[in-house]
Design a protein around this ligand. Structure first.
Ligand SMILES: [Zn+2]
Length: 294
């Protein structure tokens, strides 16, 4: 049923006929093609982003991700959850089930349910196939590089963008506001089904919005790739209020394992600060990626 949301969304957005044709064509993307697209981009991400390989970190993020994805995935995808060693606050999902969460976001979460909410939101982008939709619209873009810009600050400023040949409009891999709203709805349902309190979702939004006020610029990447306004807090809280209070009270808010995991990240050496463009990309023509993302 969800496989063809593009047709409806294309109609609703009244996009030009040519784009509608692309979106309708995207409906034909099979699950295998979706997984192949995610796998090839994940290989680029592994080559270009600093990923945390520490076994305890990998085990925790994988277990929490499995708890969430098993509660909602009806397509039996092979999910992969990874912590990116970046102090920037962000998270991202690739088609087919690859989810990345930056260390900077995890370190700002005060309890397990806040991280779980972000991960459930990213899982929602995959299960609703927003990620395939987005990458179909980004045809021709080097998504590995776009994600490098999205998840780190390597491309910050005109010089960085020029160095790796990414046009300004393709700097961030963006989801639309309607995609964000849909992923939030999924995230609330998924966390509840997984036995985790959905209050972590609006709680994490509050942390990020408060930091945007006190430390403008620090969260630019997150806000550019995931439009976040105060109304997302209201909408998620209204959805949560539809559940019986007795059910919500039974759900887990935190765990000793999360706090151990977070302390382990906080004790690690500072995240690397990528300053140079990836090898071999300096000659990339600037037109290759320009303007293809929303
Ligand atoms: Zn999102």
């Amino acid at each position: 049923m969800r496989a063809c949301v593009w047709t409806m969304r294309a109609t609703r957005r009244a996009v030009p006929a040519c784009l509608s044709a692309v979106l309708v064509a995207a409906c034909a993307v099979s699950q295998q093609q979706e997984v192949d697209l995610g796998a090839s981009t994940a290989a680029q991400v592994s080559a270009e982003l600093p990923l945390i390989r520490d076994a305890a970190v990998v085990n925790y993020i994988t277990a929490l991700g499995a708890q969430l994805s098993q509660a909602t995935d009806t397509r039996d995808l092979a999910w992969h959850f990874t912590v990116v060693d970046s102090k920037e606050v962000n998270a991202f999902a690739l088609p087919g089930g690859w989810v990345y969460v930056n260390r900077g976001l995890i370190e700002r979460a005060s309890n397990m349910s806040e991280l779980a909410g972000v991960m459930a939101h990213e899982i929602g982008h995959v299960t609703l196939r927003h990620s395939v939709d987005q990458m179909q619209q980004a045809q021709g873009a080097d998504m590995g590089l776009v994600l490098l810009c999205t998840l780190t600050k390597v491309c910050e400023g005109g010089a960085g963008q020029a160095a790796i040949g990414i046009g300004g409009s393709a700097l961030f891999a963006k989801f639309s506001r309607s995609d964000e709203a849909e992923a939030d709805v999924e995230a609330v349902a998924t966390t509840v089904k997984a036995g985790i309190s959905p209050y972590g979702i609006p709680s994490m939004f509050r942390i990020l919005l408060a930091e945007r006020k006190t430390n403008p610029g620090a969260l630019d990447a997150f806000f550019a790739s995931h439009p976040l306004e105060e109304d997302r807090i209201e909408h998620t809280e209204a959805q949560i209020a539809t559940y019986p209070a007795s059910e919500l009270q039974r759900l887990a808010k935190d765990s000793p394992a999360f706090q151990t995991f977070r302390r382990r990240l906080l004790a690690m050496p500072p995240s690397p600060a990528p300053k140079k463009a990836p090898a071999g990309t300096a000659q990339r023509p600037s037109t290759e990626n320009g303007g293809s993302l929303q």
